[in-house]
Ligand binder design. Structure first.
Ligand code: NAP
Length: 405
């Protein structure tokens, strides 16, 4: 497939913004650093009659945009950033397996659901290279394919889905019959009931060099960014859970060698731990504490750490490091409106109800959820069944038709 090409430089904030937007929307692109690539620089100057505005973004049909805003980029890519109406039967925040499954069930019940998704539909599952434990797929399934299937299923039932809609606030005023949510673009949507299914994202380490080198060698998504390091001699993975080990196995299909740095000890399922242990091109180093990331020419040059027991410094030269050190919930917009646990996950009762009337939560974002793709889809469905009861109790809807067993 022909890719979009982004010409830019490491020091350019608008280049970073455009790259982050494309990555978030899971749109593959080729990056040309015009500081390091003279032919790339000449191409940009030729195109602009000597000018050097970056990012310069070239599309597969040969057209280009210079320094576009995210909205311009979204419009050029045909992304829907705004819903067709402002009022629905159900607002679903988050277009991952939980939100999509809930919306499919809602649509089958005749509920008019709107999905608001900040990034690309499919959620974290869509950014996972291979999912081997989703029941019914004995050979495993690529995360992107599972995501595409869920989206196609929702589309078949006419669910309206908006990607690139970042929800920034939610409220239900005393005595009001509707929940209102607001997006970063300033749009306000309302419905009698809302489901929070915004999932979680990979946590940052918070060590020196991490922020500045994010996207320039420090990454959080192996499926999205791993292919840039095809043929690299060494790639480092940080973390010792299922995510780190599974993504390391994928990265070992691209790079010649992968080193996994684990702070204490490996905490992954036996199956994947065995796969890593027996892998000829993966080395696991336990008891290693991260100190930071070192730059060379504006990109990652070395991973800096030390051994916890001996204190011995460790420096691994590598063009890429992938960080998988747990999950942070996407609940910033709920702070002050909905009860969250100490780590920021949404507290619910056993009927998936959050503390704000008319707001439910399901999937990875919910405190106590299993953080599995299968259970997220299941929770989306279970929450939707509770939403139907809730609506029926308020005489907003007739009682449910389907069997619940
Ligand atoms: P996780 O299981 O919570 O593991 C986090 C890892 O990051 C641990 O090894 C932890 O080390 C390390 N860590 C945390 N803070 C760190 C720091 N500051 N510096 C260095 N290391 C640090 O996270 P996860 O792998 O992202 O998985 C999240 C959830 O999703 C889990 O429930 C997991 O089971 C699930 N999941 C399941 C699958 C699957 O079923 N196939 C796949 C992916 C994820 P310490 O132990 O030293 O704290």
């Amino acid at each position: 497939m022909e890719h979009i090409t982004v010409y830019g430089a490491p020091w350019c904030p608008d280049c970073r913004r455009s790259k982050a937007f494309l990555t978030e929307q899971r749109i593959p692109f080729r990056w040309v650093d015009i500081d390091a690539d003279a032919s790339g620089r000449a191409f940009v100057e030729d195109l602009q009659g000597g000018g050097r505005t970056i990012p310069t973004i070239i599309f597969p049909d040969g057209t280009h945009l210079l320094e576009p805003s995210n909205a311009e980029l979204a419009a050029r890519l045909g992304l829907q950033l705004r819903a067709s109406r402002s009022s629905y039967d159900l607002l679903v925040m988050g277009g991952g397996p939980a939100g999509l499954s809930a919306a499919i069930y809602a649509a089958r019940e005749g509920l008019d659901a709107l999905i608001l998704e900040r990034g690309a539909l499919g959620g974290q599952a869509g950014a996972t290279e291979q999912i081997d434990n989703y029941p019914g797929f004995p050979e495993g399934i690529r995360g992107q394919e599972l995501a595409d299937r869920l989206v196609a299923h929702a589309r078949r039932y006419g669910v309206e889905m908006v990607s690139g809609a970042d929800v920034t606030g939610i409220r239900r005023d005393e005595g009001e019959a509707a929940v209102y949510v607001e997006t970063a673009a300033g749009d306000i949507y309302s419905a009698p009931v809302a489901l929070v299914a915004t999932g979680s994202r990979y946590r940052r380490l918070g060590v020196p060099g991490e922020e500045g080198l994010t996207g320039l060698g420090v990454h959080y998504c192996a499926t999205c960014d791993g292919p840039f390091y095809r043929g690299a001699g060494e790639v480092v993975v940080i973390g010792g859970g299922n995510s780190a080990l599974e993504e390391a196995v994928f990265l070992a299909t691209l790079a010649e060698h992968v080193t996994i740095l684990v702070r204490t000890e490996v905490r992954a399922s036996e199956l994947v731990a065995d796969k890593v242990r027996n892998h000829p091109r993966i080395t696991v180093r336990t008891g290693v504490e991260m100190d930071g990331f070192g730059a060379v020419n504006g990109r990652l040059g070395a991973v800096l750490a030390h051994e916890r027991v001996t204190g011995a410094a460790l420096r691994i030269e590598a063009p890429a490091a992938f960080v998988f050190v747990g999950l942070d919930p996407n609940t910033q917009f709920l702070r002050g409106a909905v009860d969250l646990d100490e780590r920021g996950f949404v507290r619910t009762d056993d009927r998936y109800r959050a503390s704000l009337d008319g707001v439910f939560a399901a999937g990875d974002v919910r405190a106590g959820s299993a953080k599995q793709v299968g259970s997220a889809a299941g929770e989306g469905i279970a929450a939707l069944l509770q939403i139907r009861h809730w609506l029926a109790d308020r005489h907003e809807r007739p009682m449910p038709r389907v069997d619940e067993g």
